[in-house]
Design a protein around this ligand. Structure first.
Ligand code: HAM
Length: 416
């Protein structure tokens, strides 16, 4: 038997319905914030992620699905959504007319070669969004607000937004120097990967999964102490705006995030003080790094699968329709023909309709009525059909009524 790959999953049945419910909420929320939907390809040139996300990140070093296609091109399955959207932004020269910010969102499968565990898979979904063109702290607040309210609308109330600032280039460089000075004498006590990271990207050492609990990491200098005045003011202004917007946040001075492209604000949404359900931040240098002009950006991505798990753990009720509107039963071949066209007619008028397609006996069809949890059913009958009539029965009350077949839609509209 061929089985699914480790860290991948099939989505069907109730799970698919839950996702449709979540998608509807997220789509509608994005519409309110005026974000347009975007789909970018699942695979891109490897260079996009290696350069964009950062050569020295764990994601690029250990987690990307890189492969050569038959034309000898180096390709990568996207491990995250931001780099692809930036590529789209640059390729379509959307920076040419930046009288308004460009705001897009995605809901897409991502691929990372990670050790699968609860909420962490090799194929997983991110709902995320990016905003280009505004360096105003107001756009940081808007992005945090959209992310925060998405979780709230999904019924997750025990969330907090953890925020930190990495500052502008000057602040980041000052911080990098301080961090190097601190880490150099201690580096031999950290893992081999961290020793390699020291010169290339010391910031990455701070979110090393192996050394996460080490005192060396815990006591390392904090970005927030190295912010210059403008970066500090910006961070303070953001906090004021979040207060005004009544967003539950806390400053987490240890938050640096695992990707290279961030500056200024970084944030994560955390449930019950435990794990991150999503994260984002500002990336003012990324468009330029990937070959475009100097255009600022800020965005966020929700771990969609983790969020669904969290909704389950928190006992959020997801309304799932497990009934159909009407089932059509028949015996003769002419009744069967009527079932075929009437089912189409009812479906096109908006009703969920089923009929038998497995040559079942009438008794077995009655079982289907209950299995499908049909609200109404009709036993089509040649005698009545001669007069264009059908008898519709309420499956709960068992009340029945004779209705002209042409009035059936109106009858159902009135009774549902
Ligand atoms: P990230 O923190 O790497 O950021 O991923 C965002 C979220 O995706 C995580 O918080 C987590 O919930 C979920 N996630 C990550 N890896 C997995 C996995 N293996 N299985 C299940 N869920 C996972 C980014 O990807 C950035 N592109 C976010 C961003 C957008 N920053 C700016 N704009």
């Amino acid at each position: 038997m061929i089985t699914k790959q480790k860290g991948t999953y099939d989505i069907y049945g109730e799970e698919a319905k839950k996702r449709a419910y979540v998608d509807e909420i997220l789509d509608s929320l994005c519409e309110k914030y005026n974000y347009g939907y975007i789909e970018t390809p699942v695979f891109e040139a490897s260079e996009l992620f290696h350069r964009g996300v950062g050569e020295a990140t764990d994601m690029v070093q250990k987690e990307t699905y890189d492969f050569k296609d038959r034309g000898d091109r180096m390709l990568t399955l996207r491990p995250e959504g931001t780099a692809g959207v930036v590529r789209w932004f640059i390729e379509n020269k959307l920076y040419g007319n930046m009288s308004e910010p460009v705001k897009v969102y995605y809901n897409a499968k991502m691929y990372r070669y990670e050790r699968p565990q609860s909420g962490r898979n090799r194929e997983f979904t991110q709902w995320g969004f990016e905003c280009f063109g505004s360096d105003d702290v107001m756009s940081d607040a808007e992005v945090i607000s959209l992310a925060y309210n998405a979780y709230r609308l999904l019924g997750l109330d025990n969330i907090v937004v953890r925020i930190n600032s990495l500052g502008d280039d000057e602040s980041r460089n000052r911080y990098r120097d301080a961090l190097l000075d601190y880490l150099k004498p201690r580096i031999n006590d950290l893992c081999e990967d961290c020793q390699k990271r020291l010169e290339k990207n010391p910031l990455r050492i701070l979110d090393c999964k192996v050394d996460a609990d080490s005192d060396i990491i815990k006591n390392a200098p904090k970005t927030i102490d190295y912010l210059n005045d403008t970066s500090k003011e910006r961070f303070d202004k953001l906090k004021d705006l979040l207060d005004l917007m009544d967003i539950n946040y806390e400053v987490d001075v240890n938050l640096v995030r695992g990707l290279d492209y961030y500056n200024h604000i970084v944030f994560e949404i955390v449930l019950n003080d435990s794990y991150a359900l999503g994260g984002g931040g500002r990336y003012n240098g990324l468009v330029e790094t990937l070959g475009g002009p100097n255009i600022p950006g800020v965005g966020f991505a929700m771990g969609y699968d983790r969020t669904l798990l969290a909704m389950e753990e928190e006992g959020v009720h997801i309304p799932i329709n497990d009934s159909i509107d009407i089932y059509l039963l028949y015996v003769s071949s002419s009744e069967k023909d009527t079932a075929a066209y009437l089912a189409q007619d009812l479906r096109l008028n908006g009703f969920v309709c089923e009929t038998d397609m497995m040559s079942k006996s009438l008794k077995a069809q009655f079982k289907s009525v209950d299995r499908y949890n049909a609200k109404y059913f009709i036993v089509l009958n040649d005698e009545d059909l001669k007069d264009n009539m059908v008898t519709i029965k309420d499956n709960k009350t068992k009340e029945e009524e004779k209705v002209n077949i042409n009035d059936l839609v109106d009858y159902l509209d009135m009774h549902m």
